[in-house]
Design a protein around this ligand. Structure first.
Ligand SMILES: [Zn+2]
Length: 418
């Protein structure tokens, strides 16, 4: 089932695209519930020197994902054009391929988790790898439902054209095999067993753990992509092979940057000198609906203002976001190197956000730009259907629309900057 775009709709969309009216465009696509059938290239905006078109049978999710990259003002002097689209396969071909693709994804995804200790070369390592928690387990269990929380998962169900969140066991949702038992117990003790007071060591450890979790996910992706490329080559799926190759190349780039940046952090642990980070933290009341521990390169700040040149010096731009529950209360921490321009703009936007809007701003920010988060069932299941769809739109598009307005039943106190 697909909605065939009419000539009138086509003209209207291109008019919005040329005026840079992204919110109108976003609303149009967000209201669709099925794949679009676009018979000739449809302009949706510009990205730097390129005009961006979609054509063919395009799932709504795929169009919404483009909004993350589109210029906020349309560039009238583009030199290139890029057309995104997919060919529709025959029903017979689909039913032949679908089980092999699904099977391969499942098989390779679950066998792609490496076991290693990120601190192996830093201080003596016990070598017994455990399932380390990215978010404090004991705290999370209190707010789980039958031991489960909602979790965005690449294999999660799609409904109404959008990826959904799935209930998953707390262990599966937040653990990763990236530390040995000795290191996990000793290094993170100051944030696992001592109440948070915002000292440099605690701030550093939250930051370090978020980056290691991100590093780990990229290692999983690397192994997964390699296996999928071989599998798709075997099935003669040239489009899919190219698609995965692109993802693999971007992932490799991230990995090489992390590999260059990590020794500096490891050195801090070795010498126990934790003063190189800057950022802010906030306490509050209630239970945050979205908990996150992640590495960030957001294209926009908390107020939705574009961040210029965020990719030009990524190494200096390592920012972490942690939203967690600590001693029964919310804790938000944003940290990064003092020299990071991206961090400075993020902190500026936190200063500019009225205190009563911090819950909303941080929740949307985490849904849009965090790579790893979990959602607390009580909050999620209490949302109305429309609010849940709006949250999924934010997550699927990574676009800062004003669709998602909560409600949020937690609050934050005045941020403390360091
Ligand atoms: Zn170790």
């Amino acid at each position: 089932m697909a909605h065939k775009l009419s000539g009138k709709e086509h003209r209207r969309i291109e008019r919005w695209a040329k005026k840079g009216e992204l919110n109108h465009l976003f609303s149009f696509f967000a209201d669709q519930r099925q794949t679009l059938n676009v018979d000739k290239p449809l302009l949706i905006g510009s990205q730097g020197e390129e005009d961006v078109f979609v054509q063919g049978f395009v799932p709504i999710r795929k169009i919404l994902q483009k909004f993350h990259y589109l210029d906020s003002t349309y560039n009238r002097n583009t030199t290139f054009r890029r057309v995104y689209g997919t060919q529709k396969r025959s029903d017979e071909e689909r039913s032949r391929l679908a089980p092999s693709i699904e099977g391969a994804i499942h098989r390779h995804f679950i066998t792609s988790f490496p076991r290693l200790c990120f601190l192996e070369k830093v201080t003596p390592c016990s070598g017994r790898i455990i399932h380390a928690h990215a978010i404090q387990e004991a705290q999370l269990r209190v707010y789980a439902k039958d031991g489960k929380v909602y979790f965005p998962n690449p294999r999660a169900e799609r409904s109404e054209g959008l990826t959904d969140f799935k209930l998953l066991g707390v262990n599966r949702a937040t653990t990763f095999t990236g530390f040995c038992t000795g290191h996990d117990n000793s290094i993170f003790r100051p944030i696992e067993t001592v109440p948070f007071i915002g000292n440099p060591e605690q701030v550093f450890l939250y930051h370090y753990r978020a980056l290691c979790k991100d590093y780990y996910v990229r290692l999983v992706s690397k192994s997964f992509f390699k296996k999928m490329i071989t599998e798709f080559e075997r099935l003669n799926l040239a489009d899919q092979v190219n698609y995965i190759r692109n993802l693999d190349a971007m992932n490799e780039l991230d990995l090489s940057e992390i590999n260059m940046g990590k020794p500096w952090l490891d050195e801090s642990i070795k010498t126990q000198s934790y003063g190189a980070l800057s950022g802010c933290w906030m306490r509050g009341s209630g239970v945050p609906g979205v908990l996150a521990t992640t590495n960030l390169f957001p294209p926009r700040d908390l107020l939705g203002r574009p961040i210029p040149n965020r990719k030009s010096s990524r190494l200096e731009n390592w920012i972490s976001l942690t939203i967690t529950i600590e001693s029964g209360l919310p804790l938000v921490l944003i940290a990064g190197p003092k020299t990071s321009a991206l961090l400075q703009q993020l902190l500026e936007s936190i200063r500019d956000t009225p205190q009563v809007q911090l819950s909303a701003a941080l929740c949307r920010f985490a849904l849009a730009y965090s790579e790893h988060f979990v959602i607390i069932p009580k909050w999620w299941e209490g949302l109305e259907k429309g609010a849940r769809r709006a949250a999924r739109l934010t997550f699927n598009s990574r676009y800062y629309s004003d669709y998602f307005k909560g409600p949020f039943d937690w609050t934050f106190e005045k941020p403390v900057f360091f």
